[in-house]
Design a binder for this molecule. Structure first.
Ligand SMILES: Nc1ncnc2c1ncn2[C@@H]1O[C@H](COP(=O)(O)OP(=O)(O)OP(=O)(O)O)[C@@H](O)[C@H]1O
Length: 507
């Protein structure tokens, strides 16, 4: 008897016994996933567990080796029928899938065949776009070039585009990774509204509290296998982490308040004085050996720009940066690297990694001049360094020679951190260092940062995540480009968040 005959709703999507290999790597083994209409279903697992691979199969980007996928009880279309896939499902990725030079309206409707021809005139195209966005409560101007949209608005335009094709099943792949807390709240509110109007979501996130906030069901993958599906209300956070890791035991996130305070006579390493630039002004702080300073604030606070100016990506309009008594050359990344500044940049794809190169190449890129004469290191030396990095940074990979493009997102991020620290820098600038990294690996990465701090490095961390900031001796809060508050280790989450958002507690 079919599900509909029994009265139970037919699943929006039903993946049965799905298997997928990439060469010797088993990415999915006999994985099943059933998503019911109108729910938000979380898909969680450690880096490399197989989440993105499953999404690529559910969205018609890759083919299963074994098993099958059903939408509304019907077998999935063949991969060649991309229009049929678009009517069933869409995935909104962290990286924009819109054409930045085109307006929102053009992105929504251009090249859409209507009755077999490119039939839409400009005014009609704009009107249809406006109607579409209005009907889903998306308040974005249709004439804005897509490249000028905030990440948040761009995601909604992509969701609206998917809905306009008829899809009512949307995969959100780490949608909150680049959003600040207020934008995350708005995203969740809109998700709830869309759910009320019949949209079903598959929600991928490494932030487990978000799963509890916005999802009703959760599926855990571990090492390419399905390990658990349950109503969110029936699994506690500890149980969820245990299911992801396959071991018992909670998480231990380090806190600067639990270590000895910084010695009074710790040597000053970095002095930032009256630094101003695009989006920030008059920022000053001192960073000492063995000290961690956190920069917090909304995405519009200027915190990223301050850090990017310190490591040489941006030139300041005023002020100075002094490293061990020497004035830094403004806006010069190679000079900053030579002077002893290592960095994890904000965008690992554009500034961080050479994707088609191996882990060994990427992890040693910053130290070629040190490990080989004339900047040419023997493959054996590079291989040995990178193999060590795989263990040190908990990177899931087939080996050091694997291209970085083959790694899961979180594991790519670990390679970026390995590279930043490989050069034995005096100052480490980390921007969202644990972005896309699973809860357990996050603990390992933060432990590495804490270790290099204990060895005497000075660390500047910019992050949206309170857990990343817990290592900090002091957290400076920026708002509208200025430092507005300083919190010493031991701060309460509520106080810090209130300062970040600029609200008085009790508002
Ligand atoms: N194109 C590819 N070639 C080779 N191996 C791949 C490829 N894509 C994924 N893999 C491997 O398949 C496994 C599953 O990767 P996947 O990207 O699905 O993990 P994930 O759960 O999405 O991880 P993350 O949380 O880090 O995004 C990993 O071991 C990964 O290295």
């Amino acid at each position: 008897m079919s599900a509909s005959a029994t009265g139970a709703a037919v699943p929006v999507v039903d993946a049965r016994g799905v298997g997928k290999r990439y060469g010797p790597t088993v990415a999915l083994a006999d994985v099943s996933l059933t998503v019911h209409p109108g729910e938000s279903h979380a898909l969680v697992g450690r880096n490399g567990a197989g989440k993105s691979t499953l999404v690529s199969i559910l969205t018609g980007l890759s083919k299963t080796d074994t098993g099958a996928v059903y939408f509304g009880g019907e077998p999935a279309p063949s991969l060649s029928k991309q229009d049929a896939w678009k009517q069933r499902v869409a995935c909104v990725y962290q990286h924009a899938m819109v054409i930045p030079e085109l307006t929102v309206a053009e992105n929504l409707f251009l090249n859409r065949q209507s009755g077999g021809r490119f039939a839409i005139g400009w005014s009609r195209l704009r009107r249809q776009s406006r109607e579409l966005l209005d009907s889903w409560g998306v308040g974005v101007d249709v004439d804005t070039p897509a490249g000028e949209l905030s990440v948040e608005d761009r995601q909604f335009v992509e969701i609206a585009r998917a809905l306009s094709y008829g899809a009512r099943f949307i995969v959100l792949d780490e949608p909150t990774a680049q959003l600040d807390s207020q934008a995350i709240e708005r995203l969740f509110e809109r998700m709830r509204q869309m759910q009320d109007n019949g949209v079903t979501f598959l929600f991928i996130s490494h932030h487990l509290h978000e799963v509890y906030e916005v999802c009703q069901a959760v599926t855990v993958l571990r090492d390419a296998r399905h390990v658990l599906t349950a109503p969110v209300a029936e699994v506690g956070r500890a149980e969820l982490v245990d299911a992801m890791t396959g071991e018992k035991g909670g998480l231990a996130v380090r806190d600067a308040a639990s270590r000895d305070p910084l010695a009074e006579d710790a040597a000053e390493v970095l002095a930032v004085d009256g630094l101003s630039g695009d989006g920030f002004a008059g920022v000053s702080f001192r960073l000492h050996r063995g000290e961690v300073i956190g920069l917090a604030g909304s995405n519009a606070s200027g915190k990223h720009q301050v850090a990017e100016t310190v490591y040489g990506l941006r030139s300041p309009s005023a002020g100075t940066i002094t490293l061990d008594g020497e004035r830094m050359r403004p806006g010069d990344i190679p000079a900053a690297l030579r002077a002893g500044i290592g960095c994890v940049p904000r965008d690992r794809h554009h500034e961080g990694l050479v994707l088609e190169h191996s882990i060994a190449d990427n992890a040693t890129l910053s130290i070629l001049d040190r490990i080989g004469p004339g900047g040419i290191a023997s493959p054996r030396t590079r291989h040995a360094k990178a193999t060590r990095a795989l263990a040190d940074y908990d990177i899931v990979a087939a080996g050091a020679e694997q291209p970085v493009s083959d790694l899961s997102g979180g594991n790519q991020q670990k390679v970026v951190l390995a590279r930043a620290l490989a050069s034995d820098p005096r100052v480490v600038v980390l921007i969202n260092p644990t972005a896309g990294v699973d809860v357990k690996s996050k603990e390992a990465l933060l432990a590495v940062v804490d270790r290099v701090r204990a060895e005497g490095k000075a660390v500047l961390i910019v992050s949206d995540e309170l857990d990343d900031l817990r290592l900090s001796d002091r957290v400076l809060v920026l708002r509208a480009g200025r430092v507005v508050a300083e919190h010493r280790a031991g701060w309460s989450d509520g106080d810090l968040v209130a300062d970040i958002e600029g609200v008085q507690l009790g508002d």
